[in-house]
Design a protein around this ligand. Sequence first.
Ligand SMILES: Cc1cc2nc3c(=O)[nH]c(=O)nc-3n(C[C@H](O)[C@H](O)[C@H](O)COP(=O)(O)OP(=O)(O)OC[C@H]3O[C@@H](n4cnc5c(N)ncnc54)[C@H](O)[C@@H]3O)c2cc1C
Length: 443
Amino acid sequence: MASKAHAALAALRADLAGEVFAPGDPGYDGARVVFNAMADPHPAVIARCAGVTDVVRAVRFARDLDLHIAVRGGGQGLAGAVVDGALVVDLRRMHEVTVDPAAEAVRIGGGTTMSLLDRATRPHGLVAAVGGTPGTGVAGFVLGGAPGWLDRAFGPAVDGLIGVELVTADAERVHANADENPELFWALHGGGGNFGVATALTLELHELPRFAVALVRYRPECGPAAVRAFREVIDTGPDEVGGAALCLSGQPTPVCGALLTYAGGEEELRGLAEPLMRLPHETQSCGTGALGLLYPPGGMRAHCSAQCLAGLPDAAVDAFLARAAQLPAPGSSRLMLLPLGGAVASAAADHPLPYRRAPWIVHPFACWADPSGDGQALTWVREADAGMDPWSTGAVCLDLIGDEGPERVRDGLGAGNLLRLEKVKRRWDPDNVFRFNHNIEPV
Ligand SMILES: Cc1cc2nc3c(=O)[nH]c(=O)nc-3n(C[C@H](O)[C@H](O)[C@H](O)COP(=O)(O)OP(=O)(O)OC[C@H]3O[C@@H](n4cnc5c(N)ncnc54)[C@H](O)[C@@H]3O)c2cc1C
């Protein structure tokens, strides 16, 4: 067996246009690093694929050696894209972006990050309704049904999915779209990396000639008024307004903030943000800011969770702020309230994304450097989540959580969708080769 594995690895090294890293190789340690420093994975082999032929070759290699397959895009997932003992299909080199301005569509490679997508589409006055940070992988984000900053205006990015090019567990190349493999296409709207390696995605683009961001920071004692004012702006404002009410860890006390994103001009946003700016605040800015700045840098320890809320009455605001007052410090932790509604709720789609019916999501995100802070951070995330239980819809957005067990996967995909998803899984990955994700088991 060992000699078979050695021969197969030698053949993989020879065949791949990209690079292969095995333990002991120069570059192996660098290639296994992901965003979350709590993860210290030692995969069997990392295949950094240069194109779809490499992906087919890497999947065949894994199947021949009975290895499970992990898929790495941007490396920001908290459910494991680089895993002990697995074959990692590393897509970072597959980041080509082709914009079709006339069709208002873009085709991206499976390893494309948000910054590359944005850089390619913005000159055309077009955007995909994505989010995350500049380094977030687009495919992981979209296929996991993640919510982004423009969702209230355009709907979640996954609603704009036109087609997916996939390499399956049998190393077959298939297309999934409304006409070809429609059941697989449906499952890919939230089912993430369960069905194969997405080597390319085609996404709908939206015209966005102007985009503005306002950020107001408050002292903690102003939190109750600030969060209530944010809620009012969202409740009474147009669908083009989104953002987050957030509390960030700071020394000596946490900082509260209101972030407004707006699919429109700066002047209009200033008007909409007026109830927030009227409150006593420490700093304010309004312009075409970079949202990535709100996120912590990679290389820190991270843990997060999320909970969908049926509403945000005053008691829920108070519970949110009580947890915010206990934000772990030092570090870059944050507790966020993300508004949904608008085009998220109004879409007629029947995708396996039950979170879309909730008006709010609470999202604790702990980020710290010192391993001795693990206990405090993990407890805080768990308690911040549980503290909002009285208002929970029971649904969860899976892209915002790590591995929280099969019940949470069911909550994220919808109990009513699970059997249908399990059947799709059985058709395309009966051996559950793609299991390092929010896993759907084949029936
Ligand atoms: C700093 C930070 C900011 C974030 N911001 C947001 C946000 O604003 N909104 C939000 O909803 N989420 C956000 N997230 C969560 C993030 O969007 C998801 O975890 C997303 O899945 C990460 O994708 P990735 O490719 O970067 O991660 P990876 O860890 O590389 O991949 C995550 C999983 O996605 C699957 N996957 C990735 N690429 C492919 C592919 N091409 N084919 C098949 N499967 C694939 C795999 O199953 C993999 O395990 C954030 C996370 C971090 C760490």
